[in-house]
Design a protein around this ligand. Structure first.
Ligand code: OOG
Ligand code: NI
Length: 265
């Protein structure tokens, strides 16, 4: 594994921990001292230059990642792509973007105002993927975005960072099933995302996923500081599409529900 890509994931992880303290607890509870292997890391953005999905993806393409599947979420007005690396130790990457033009003029204006403050040069820097917000929004702006799109509101508050890491249950010693993982988390006080059931997907679609509900984190809006849902942890168990070969894609119907892990409980 090249040092550069390893360093990127380490920096993303440290940044993610700063607003997702429960991630450390997840590792303690499930890993019991063993290292945890992540299945994927997810990012969010807007579909407007200079911050579209492809701009984020370029950071991973430059590190040897290749494009996998693409996904469309009609109700939430999002599209996404996943990327994977030949090195099986490296997590897959899931990047989504908000289809801004499908929203109200008010939302479009607010998003354009935020994105206009991002310099194109900054999007190419090695720390862009954990550079947070490049704008200031008021709490009122956040609430107005929330009316139309939880995703847009989350982006306005957190910007560029890992939205979640995902434990690879296939590579988690001591657990056979996702149910066991979920039970252990619930026994330790975690609230799981139950939208569409705690387990999204099935062996028939080669992927089962669950996730915690996001931690809450104090965000300094331009007018006041408010605690809002930040980032969460996901758990994925993959099944073989042929002997010895696990499915590497995502499942749109399941992902649609995972997005709701940043909803207020
Ligand atoms: C991404 C939700 C989808 C998955 O693994 O299907 C997803 C997000 O919440 O940004 O992570
Ligand atoms: Ni995910």
């Amino acid at each position: 594994m090249s040092q550069q890509v390893e360093q990127l994931f380490e920096n993303l992880w440290q940044d993610y921990l700063s607003r997702t303290p429960s991630a450390e607890k997840v590792h303690k509870i499930l890993g019991e001292g063993h290292p945890i292997i992540n299945d994927h890391v997810a990012f969010r953005t807007f579909d407007i230059a200079p911050v579209g999905l492809e701009v984020l993806a370029q950071h991973f393409l430059d590190l040897g990642y290749k494009e996998g599947g693409d996904y469309h979420f009609e109700a939430k007005k999002l599209r996404a792509k996943h990327f994977e690396h030949d090195d099986p130790e490296l997590p897959k990457v899931f990047i989504s973007e908000l289809m801004t033009s499908e929203f109200s003029d008010e939302l479009q204006a607010k998003v354009k105002e935020m994105v206009a403050q991002v310099s194109e040069a900054d999007t190419k820097k090695s720390d862009f993927l954990y550079s947070g917000t490049h704008w200031k929004v008021s709490h009122e702006d956040y609430l107005a975005l929330l009316e139309e799109s939880e995703y847009a509101a989350w982006m306005s508050a957190f910007g560029y960072c890992a939205n979640h890491f995902t434990v690879s249950v296939n590579q988690l010693p001591g657990y056979e099933s996702l149910e066991q993982v979920n039970q252990r988390l619930k026994d330790n006080g975690f609230t799981l995302n139950s939208s569409g059931g705690e387990i999204k997907g099935s062996p028939e679609v080669y992927l089962e996923q669950s996730s915690t509900m996001a931690d809450r984190h104090d965000v300094e809006f331009s007018d006041k500081t408010v605690s809002i849902p930040s980032c969460f942890y996901e758990f994925a168990k993959r099944y073989e599409i042929e002997p010895g070969k696990l499915y590497t894609g995502f499942v749109a119907a399941s992902a649609d529900k995972i997005f709701e892990s940043t909803n207020a409980k």
